[in-house]
Ligand binder design. Structure first.
Ligand SMILES: [Fe+2]
Length: 311
């Protein structure tokens, strides 16, 4: 049976992709950003997922404003990089997993969670930048990827609660797939940023860090954030953070935060990143070996495990 072994969230700032493509990653400005993902790449190399389900938004690359699905599931065998105005990024073609994708489509739709099935689609920086940040720049991506595109560019985007519930439906679908696959779910976008208008350049680190805290410990609180609050607190493009809630919904209620990184800015955006794994119960010790209450021990273990990098 397939299972979700972790959730990863990361900003997908297009300038990060440009820095990789133009070999600027060692320049001081960019090194600050990329150094925060070194441990993540090590973690991913050990995790070795069989499939990635990557939640992102299309930036008018595959879908024009003529047709914008609220949720779109990539069921194709492959997804070429999109031309976003400077030619397609020099990254590998993304190989899909049509069998698992078709199973997810069937499961979530019969679960009354209607989703648009997409059998041909190019993928833009929203998908390819997080792939680079977690897998580096290999000749071929190491595993198949199922893209899930969420509309956050044309009003009205889905609510955070709806996104969270989509994650739940995806988890149910994955866990009913008969093949033994280890799946990692990515939520991408954000964090706070606004790219136009009088508040262009807005960054709200306090909001971002509280969002990261609650992503681990109280995601239901995040599902109650309304669109206007995202706009006011995280800028017009901060609404992308609802996509992180799809990832969180795909995990169990209790998770262990194994890594976090936050830095400001990259281009005009706050960069956030977190890795969550299903909560691991502490191994039972023989009776009489310790007088420490079990709850205290668990919390201490979790705190020791969290590896945070902040700047
Ligand atoms: Fe975006």
């Amino acid at each position: 049976m397939a299972k979700i072994i972790a959730g990863v969230s990361s900003s997908h700032v297009p300038a990060i992709g440009a820095a990789i493509d133009n070999k600027q990653t060692e320049e001081p400005y960019w090194k600050r950003v990329f150094s925060g993902f070194e441990k993540s790449k090590e973690w991913m190399a050990q995790a070795k997922p069989d499939v990635v389900i990557l939640i992102y938004n299309d930036h008018a690359s595959a879908f024009s404003v003529e047709m914008v699905p609220t949720f779109a599931l990539g069921c194709a065998a492959e997804f070429p990089p999109a031309d976003e105005g400077w030619g397609p990024r020099p990254v590998p073609v993304v190989k899909g997993h049509p069998q698992l994708a078709a199973h997810i489509a069937q499961s979530v739709i019969l679960d009354e969670f209607d989703i648009t099935v997409v059998n041909k689609m190019e993928v833009d920086h929203g998908l390819t930048v997080p792939m680079n940040l977690l897998f580096g720049s290999p000749k071929e991506w190491p595993c198949p990827v199922i893209p899930v595109a969420v509309n956050v560019v044309l009003y009205p985007p889905p609510t955070g609660h709806r996104c969270f519930m989509l994650g739940r439906a995806i988890r149910k679908a994955v866990e009913s797939y008969p093949e033994d696959l280890r799946v990692v779910v990515f939520g991408t976008g954000g964090m706070s940023h606004q790219i136009s208008g009088p508040r262009a350049g807005l960054i709200n680190s306090k909001f971002d860090k509280a969002f990261l805290d609650n992503l681990t410990k109280d995601p239901k609180k995040l599902t109650r954030i309304q669109h206007l609050e995202y706009m006011r607190e995280a800028g017009a493009e901060g609404i992308e953070m609802v996509m992180w809630l799809v990832m969180r919904g795909a995990l169990e209620d209790k998770v262990d935060e194994v890594y976090r990184f936050y830095t400001v800015p990259a281009s005009n955006t706050a960069v956030g990143h977190i890795i969550l794994e299903p909560h691991r119960r502490a191994a039972k010790k023989p009776a009489g070996k310790s007088k420490k209450p079990a709850g205290k021990m668990k919390r201490a273990a979790a705190r020791a495990k969290v590896d945070r990098v902040r700047s």
